[in-house]
Design a protein around this ligand. Structure first.
Ligand code: NAD
Length: 290
């Protein structure tokens, strides 16, 4: 690392809290080293109180870009000079680029999910997709499915704050894309299962399957699992959630966890930052398969 750094090295920053557990600095710094890019990526503990000063610092120090995570994804939106169409529709930024003090906000979370499916030769265009969960991840995925030409996105959520907040995002996607989006109550299990039966892809964006919900899954009837159903669970720790285990045991062959989604959202951010392609398989092996 020290061999790489010089007076010319440019910096990128991740601003969030808590952030010390993040894999992003390792993922990006390893990639800069691999591709010989004179860049360095650091994580900074920044909450909403520190956010205004952090944005000033980005401009003052010429930090060329970076990423934003909780609790700043929505809070940073007013500080951006421009937003990508996905970031505008989602109302949240996870990636920024600093062009000589002009800050452009992007959101690559949904792109990550779509590219992860594409890498498995699964195209979302013209597909009917059932999506459980319309929180942060679910919203980004729903918007990207709209931008990528899915035929229908049937969103199911429990009747909580996320459900209430989702009406406007559903309207936005219905208005601004060709995709038909609906929002229904996840507790109507019969309707939920029927929708999956009519879908080619099922995406679980609730986080059920991860701590503290590691013993739970939203599909509990083996009849819902078909061999040709594509299932993407956004959780990647554990690598096999109860849903994925149940689906595999019942003959589903196209079953994916959220690791590729995470890597591809990183790759999309990397492309925005550097103009180059991140070697996703190299990073996957380095970070997760050693
Ligand atoms: P969030 O809190 O914004 O949303 C959680 C969603 O789950 C909401 O829709 C909520 O209504 C729903 N939910 C909560 N409790 C539920 C329950 N008991 N039953 C059914 N639904 C319930 O969280 P988020 O930021 O959207 O993250 C969700 C998951 O996605 C987390 O596990 C997170 O780690 C994962 N994630 C993965 C990636 C990736 O790249 N793989 C990216 C972002 C988030």
């Amino acid at each position: 690392m020290t061999e790489r750094l010089s007076g010319h090295t440019l910096m990128l920053a991740l601003i969030a809290t808590p952030i010390r557990h993040s894999l992003s600095p390792k993922m990006y710094n390893e990639t800069y080293a691999k591709l010989g890019l004179d860049l360095a990526y650091l994580a900074f503990e920044v909450g909403q109180e520190e956010l205004p000063d952090a944005v000033k610092a980005i401009r003052a120090l010429g930090i060329v870009g970076g990423n934003v995570s909780m609790p700043n994804k929505q809070a940073i939106v007013p500080y951006m000079d421009e937003l990508s169409s996905a970031a505008k529709m989602i109302g949240a930024v996870n990636t920024f680029v600093n062009k000589d003090g002009y800050l452009i906000g992007h959101n690559t979370d949904g792109v990550g999910a779509v590219r992860a499916l594409e890498a498995e030769d699964i195209d979302v265009k013209n597909q009917v997709i059932t999506l459980a969960g319309i929180g942060g991840a679910g919203t980004a995925i729903a918007v990207q499915l709209g931008l990528e030409g899915a035929k229908e996105v049937r969103i199911f959520n429990i009747k909580d704050r996320a459900f209430d907040a989702a009406a406007s995002i559903v309207d936005t996607i219905n208005t601004e894309t060709q995709t038909k989006v609906t929002l229904e109550d996840l507790s109507d299990t019969e309707n939920f299962y029927k929708s999956i039966g009519e879908s080619s892809i099922y995406i679980d964006a609730t986080g059920i399957g991860m701590k503290p919900f590691e013993d739970m899954k939203l599909i509990n009837d083996p009849a819902v699992i078909r061999p040709d159903l594509v299932i993407l669970d956004v959780v990647y720790s554990p690598a096999e959630t109860q849903l994925l285990k149940f689906a595999r045991e019942n003959g589903c062959q196209k079953v994916f966890n959220g690791l590729s989604m995470m890597l591809y959202q990183g790759a999309a951010a990397f492309k925005l930052h550097t103009g180059e392609d991140m070697p996703v398989d190299y990073i996957r092996e380095l970070l997760f398969e050693k």
